[in-house]
Design a protein around this ligand. Structure first.
Ligand SMILES: *Cc1c(COP(=O)(O)O)cnc(C)c1O
Length: 389
């Protein structure tokens, strides 16, 4: 028979990384020791007390059953407590907090909960690909807000046409930002909340990197702004904060109606986070880890400083980010994101992420991830240096 898959799959942009994966294998087959700076996944392990907590919880038969999709009451309470300690804002753990199987799951399902066919979804470009796929999978119409370097990689709300603002249902933000490493202050969120309230737009903020910060920078929450609770949700993840990417654990806080709508989708597509993982996540959120987070941030910061200093001499202009573990560097004159990435992979055996893989607005940049050891980073930079770009 002839297989015909859903036409929505054809709405996805060409998967730029597939070609790179193929090229990477080809280079590896030649025996090259490839260094990947392409992956946003911490190399530093999950702190030990969290792993120990999982081991104990895994032994408990009450945890072997289906969890509730919305999360254990104790987990949601630990999440609300953590949020209050960190941002000074209280959420009701029963109605304003929901557990997520990693924030990616929540981000994808949130679109299903709020986007109708024909709705405009306003998306940062470059941006995390799930905002776009969630939009088009649900028949939404994406509208790109280009994040420009001259605006500090922040969107200019005043540049959004009135007709787009009128038809927009949902707007995504992500600060500290992947891939640009850009950060914002509370005043920016004041503008964002105002824009969304005036235009009746749901605001979804992806806060995955709020704790990976340097030089005294403290990322704000959108909920530090008055009025946010009327229109917004914020996605938090344990993945980057506690080096727990493989555990699949996050949560969302915010407007109770929006949390309930997401919950309705979730009851129909998943059955929650393994309870033993939730217990370990409670351990993580309660802290008391001898400040592993500060230790890990200090390691990323040291790597950042080494890489930024080294790239300066290579024609790859970049600013040291105040948060995230990414360096967003301009490609030298005469290259595109793709041509530079291919050259560096073929000739230096180093994997970079082409900025254009995050949307048209990422063209002209590459992203380097600081999630490999300082020695390997140094080796990678030396190899790029030898190319004399
Ligand atoms: C890593 C990441 C996430 C989600 O990670 P989860 O592991 O699914 O919690 C969400 N948004 C951005 C921008 C990310 O980089």
């Amino acid at each position: 028979m002839q297989i015909k898959t859903a036409s929505r799959l054809g709405l996805l942009p060409p998967y730029l990384f597939a070609e790179l994966d193929r090229l990477k294998k080809e280079v590896q087959q030649k025996g090259v020791d490839v260094i990947s700076l392409g992956i946003g996944d911490p190399d530093l392990p999950t702190p030990k007390h969290i792993v120990e907590s999982l081991k104990r919880a895994a032994d408990d038969p009450t945890n072997h059953r289906y969890p509730d999709y919305e999360g254990l009451e104790a987990y949601r309470k630990a999440a609300a407590d953590w949020f209050e300690r960190r941002f000074g804002v209280r959420f009701d753990s029963k109605t304003e907090v929901c557990a997520l199987i990693g924030s990616k799951e929540g981000i994808a399902n949130f679109s299903t909960a709020v986007v109708d066919p024909g709705d405009i979804v306003v998306i940062p470009d470059p941006g995390y690909p799930v905002y776009f796929s969630g939009c088009v999978f649900n028949g939404g119409e994406p509208y790109s807000m280009t994040l420009k370097q001259e605006n500090g990689f922040r969107p200019d709300f005043a540049a959004i046409p009135a007709e787009v603002a009128r038809r927009a249902k949902l707007l995504w933000l992500n600060y500290p930002n992947n891939p640009t490493g850009a950060t914002v202050d509370r005043a920016f969120f004041e503008q964002a909340v105002k824009f969304c309230l005036v235009n009746n737009i749901i605001l979804a903020h992806d806060s995955a990197y709020s704790e990976i910060a340097y030089d005294g920078y403290r990322a704000p929450s959108v909920f530090e702004v008055a009025g946010a609770r009327e229109c917004a949700v914020e996605f938090q993840s344990l993945s980057k904060t506690f080096s727990m990417t493989g555990w699949r654990c996050g949560f969302v806080v915010g407007n109770a109606e929006l949390i309930a709508a997401l919950g309705k989708v979730k009851t129909n597509v998943d059955s929650g986070v393994f309870q033993a993982v939730q217990e370990a996540a409670i351990t993580a959120l309660e802290g008391g880890d001898g400040d592993k987070l500060a230790e890990y941030c200090a390691i990323y910061r040291e790597r950042r400083d080494e890489v930024v200093a080294a790239l300066k001499g290579l024609g790859l202009e970049c600013e040291p980010p105040r948060a995230t573990f990414y360096i967003w560097a301009r490609v030298p004159r005469g290259y595109t994101s793709k041509s530079l990435t291919e050259l560096v992979l073929k000739e230096a055996g180093v994997v970079l992420t082409p900025g254009s893989g995050f949307g048209r607005g990422g063209e002209g940049y590459v992203r380097l991830s600081l999630t490999v050891s300082s020695d390997r980073l140094k080796e990678a930079v030396d190899r790029i240096k030898a190319l004399r770009l």
